[in-house]
Design a protein around this ligand. Structure first.
Ligand code: V1P
Ligand code: CA
Ligand code: ZN
Length: 387
């Protein structure tokens, strides 16, 4: 098959390094970096690599990571190994445990996905790309001095700090099923970043337990960050049409009121139906429509991965979203290319859009009335920005 034609006057850059795909969190751990291998296979099998600038990314330097993380924490990540961890007195302090285990090459893993995000951010700053993609990034839970929820360094925060050197206002949008707490917290007190996360919210029973509608920035209205953290807390089982409707109802006025000069979009794939950790009923096309909506705003976009625990669907989604970024999604055959190396992973249907809301669907607990109340709540917050 011929490759996909490159869009004119419009550059999409794809930032990856196959070394990241080789790390193992452990047998029973849901985070599988090899989902990135599957993703890249689909991107290449569809011929999309001919329509993008491909960059082999480098590891972020320690100095680059110290723009957000503490020296203490970076020292710890650098020195700890599965062999010496039992001698390490501060595992609990850095939140190492079942969610964030110590595995071989941990520091290299973190610095590689972070380096890719920094490279991607710089492509937007120097206007060499209009869209820059790093599917290995999007690790939104990591904090300044601790790991959290499978995330060790916060590549998103570091990438946004780069963007802020050139861009006056950054809008961060997070459609991972989990709350983007690390990014929200990092920019809690500034008006130069607006964070907007859509997520399942249940204070006691769903990780990380933060992100109610009412959590909108510092309480003190004189603090510039007030009203610049926006949260869209959802219940189980939200469906395609409702989600896309809600996304548009909220993102459009955020862009109108805040007037960002760049958008960072975290595309966590765990908001899909049939995800091992998620609880929504979204199909690949609906998730993609959110990305398409953002693309059509015609602002530079930094696109990151994030969660996603059913690797075959993660690969389908991110390959499809790569095509949306390029603008060639119409050209993709629903049948996966026969020469896809790991085609067996996509059996028996071998399609890009298997129905993800048939088996093991979650009952939709989001009433129309509830969704309207969310839209209203967000519009109320935005009204503060206009004044
Ligand atoms: O629920 C928890 C913690 C562990 N308890 C003390 C509460 N952790 C979750 C973490 C989910 C992280 C999501 C990351 C992301 O947003 C971005 C990459 O997608 C958790 C879950 C769960 N079902 O929520 N950890 C695990 N499952 C887990 C399972 C097996 C082995 C290790 C961790
Ligand atoms: Ca989210
Ligand atoms: Zn997640």
């Amino acid at each position: 098959k011929n490759g996909i034609v490159r869009p004119k006057g419009y550059t999409v850059s794809f930032h990856a390094n196959s070394s990241v795909e080789k790390f193992h969190f452990g047998q029973s751990h849901p985070m599988k970096p090899w989902r990135l291998t599957l993703t890249k296979q689909l991107v290449m099998a569809y011929g999309m690599h001919t329509a993008m600038d491909l960059y082999l990314t480098r590891a972020a330097t320690r100095e680059e990571m110290a723009e957000f993380h503490t020296e203490d924490y970076l020292d710890f990540l650098k020195r700890v190994t599965p062999n010496n961890m039992l001698l390490e007195p501060r595992l609990a302090q850095y939140n190492i445990g079942d969610d964030c285990p110590i595995f071989d090459g941990l520091y290299d893993y973190a610095s590689l996905y972070t380096g890719a995000s920094l490279d991607a951010a710089r492509k937007l700053c120097n206007e060499q790309s209009q869209v820059a993609i790093n599917w290995s990034g999007g690790l939104h839970h990591a904090k300044k001095t601790e790991a959290s929820g499978f995330c060790y360094t916060n590549d998103i925060v570091l990438a946004i700090l780069q963007l802020l050197r050139y861009h006056p206002r950054v809008l961060y949008i997070d459609i991972d099923v989990h709350h983007g707490d690390g990014v929200e917290q990092a920019f809690w007190s500034t008006d130069r970043v607006m964070t907007l996360s859509f997520h399942k919210y249940d204070k006691d029973n769903f990780f990380p337990g933060t992100g109610p509608l009412s959590s909108t920035g510092p309480e003190n209205p004189l603090n510039p960050g007030a009203h610049h953290a926006l949260n869209v807390p959802l219940h189980d089982g939200i469906e395609d049409e409702d989600y896309v409707w809600l996304f548009k109802q909220i993102v459009e006025p955020c862009v109108g009121a805040y007037q960002p000069s760049v958008i960072v979009l975290q595309c966590g794939a765990d908001s899909l139906g049939c995800d091992r950790l998620g609880c929504f009923n979204l199909n690949i096309r609906a998730h993609g429509r959110c990305v398409d909506f953002v693309k059509r705003l015609n602002l530079p976009i930094l696109v990151f991965g994030g969660g996603g625990y059913t690797p075959r669907n993660v690969a389908r989604l991110w390959a499809y979203e790569t095509s949306i970024c390029i603008g060639c999604s119409e050209q993709l055959d629903e049948k996966l290319p026969a020469h896809t190396p790991a085609l067996a992973h996509f059996a028996p249907d071998n399609t890009l859009f298997p129905p993800l809301s048939e088996h093991g669907r979650f009952e939709n607990k989001n009433s129309r009335q509830y969704l309207w109340s969310l839209v209203e709540g967000i519009h109320k917050q935005l009204a503060y920005l206009e004044s």
